[in-house]
Design a binder for this molecule. Structure first.
Ligand SMILES: NC(=O)c1ccc[n+]([C@@H]2O[C@H](COP(=O)([O-])OP(=O)(O)OC[C@H]3O[C@@H](n4cnc5c(N)ncnc54)[C@H](O)[C@@H]3O)[C@@H](O)[C@H]2O)c1
Length: 437
């Protein structure tokens, strides 16, 4: 393909030279004449392992040129990759002036063009930027409509400085967001030689996934550092601890616990986090990330209460009372706390949890239920049918197969709040509200 790469910084210089190495013809564009000159002389504009060699080879093969002229680059290409910077402003907001300017330039160059063109955003941009800024700016500058003559795709960049060339050839996956499957297929062709799964999705998902990734990476580092600081105080080698932690690929380094939904609870996580933080304080150690976990967890409950309050209905049914499905353990169940908030606010509450009902009769939790939460136990229904019939709002707190089996029973005037992604919105009549989806 004929590719124009806008921005020849860390991402752009690597992208341009690696695509040239893959056999494409690449024209790099930068407003910085020095970077353009570097590329033309076969030198690297940045310090990055093996990059200079890649640029030199691409120049020798006649597959890489660079220019400061956007018009020239668009005229020589069928696809543009936007790799300009998106720095922070002083207040932390994202500065999109370079993205906007480059879109104006590409748009102006597209004005008189007959052949189709694809504009791919590789810069990291917040969700909604392609739809709210990139597409309108290109439309205005080109005088054409998106989808008629040009398409916009979002293809986030996952490379790391220092190992960027290696990462280009071995990405964890390739994500392409687009409103057009044909345009996404064209972009996917760029990666035909790269051994990684290519996932096509919508623009906003492709934009947000880069932020989710980077937030996760930052969280991992901070988590490891806080555990490390605590281990040091306890005379324990944190690297040994983290090695053991990462050896668990079932619960730790795995998709487990990475499904957005309601708060956690139970007899272990809250108790153990509290003990850890208390012990750290005894060492005069502040661990802000670990300390904030329980604060964030409480907010999940408050957010759900607010959601119910905003609906303005008074009869609420809660399905699932234990801290997770398949148990009768009510200790520190966030659903119990949710119910207590609702009782306090005067809601008429119905609760259904077959495991808890059974435990109340002869289970090990019988004493706990009678002693600690008799007020909640009194509100429990015998059947899910009864709960559905007697509620205006049904809150699905735990996964329960019966919920899907009884999908027909919901009424048109009912609202279902799904905290655990138990049921699909299409399965029920009435209004469906997913907690985080
Ligand atoms: N650096 C990384 O490791 C990395 C990794 C993944 C994603 N990203 C994202 O990729 C984007 C680029 O990052 P970077 O580190 O390569 O930035 P950078 O600052 O190194 O390079 C950006 C380049 O864009 C050029 N530029 C600005 N306006 C231009 C225009 N109108 N036309 C042509 N060129 C123009 C600048 O002169 C500069 O050379 C950012 O959104 C960043 O968040 C960076």
């Amino acid at each position: 393909m004929q590719i124009a790469v806008f921005g020849l910084g860390y991402v752009g210089a690597v992208t341009a030279s690696c695509f040239a190495a893959e056999g494409h013809r690449v024209v790099g564009v930068d407003t910085d004449a020095y970077k353009v000159q570097c590329i033309m002389e076969g030198r690297s504009p940045i310090v990055e392992r093996d990059l200079e060699q890649y640029i030199r080879r691409a120049r020798e093969a006649g597959r890489l040129v660079a220019t400061t002229c956007a018009d020239e680059a668009v005229a020589q290409s069928d696809i543009a990759l936007i790799c300009v910077g998106t720095p922070s402003r002083r207040n932390g907001s994202l500065n999109l002036e370079f993205v906007e300017r480059v879109c104006r330039q590409i748009g102006a160059a597209l004005a008189g063009r007959e052949q189709p063109y694809i504009v791919v955003v590789r810069s990291t941009v917040l969700p909604g930027t392609c739809e709210g800024l990139v597409i309108p700016t290109l439309e205005k500058a080109s005088g054409r409509r998106h989808g008629e003559g040009f398409h916009v795709c979002m293809n986030p960049e996952f490379l790391r400085e220092g190992t960027a060339i290696h990462d280009f050839h071995h990405p964890p996956l390739t994500v392409i967001g687009s409103q057009s499957s044909e345009a996404a297929d064209r972009v996917a062709e760029l990666y035909a030689g790269i051994p990684a799964e290519c996932v096509k999705t919508d623009l906003r998902t492709a934009e947000i996934v880069k932020y989710a990734n980077n937030a996760f990476h930052a969280l991992k580092i901070t988590f490891a550092n806080e555990i490390g600081a605590w281990c040091k105080q306890e005379g324990v080698d944190s690297h040994v601890v983290m090695r053991l932690l990462t050896m668990d690929t079932k619960l730790n380094i795995s998709p487990a616990y990475l499904t957005p939904g309601f708060a956690f609870g139970g007899s272990c996580l809250p108790k153990d986090l509290r003990a850890l933080v208390y012990r750290a304080h005894q060492h005069d150690l502040t661990l802000p990330t670990l300390e904030s976990i329980l604060v964030s967890n409480r907010l999940q409950i408050e957010r759900t209460v607010d959601l119910i309050v905003q609906l303005g209905k008074k009869r609420v049914g809660v399905v699932g009372l234990a801290f997770k499905a398949g148990t009768d353990d009510l200790r520190e169940s966030p659903v119990v706390t949710l119910c207590e908030h609702l009782i306090g606010k005067g809601y008429s509450l119905r609760i259904y949890d077959p495991n808890v009902s059974l435990a109340a009769i002869y289970g090990s939790n019988k004493a706990y239920i009678e002693r600690e939460i008799p007020h909640i136990h009194a509100l429990m229904c015998d059947s899910l049918e009864q709960l559905i019939d007697e509620s205006d709002v049904v809150v699905l707190a735990n996964r329960d197969d019966r919920v899907t089996q009884l999908a027909d029973r919901y009424r048109d005037d009912q609202i279902v709040i799904d905290l655990a992604r138990c049921i699909s919105p299409e399965a029920i009549r009435g209004r469906y509200i997913g907690l985080y989806w």
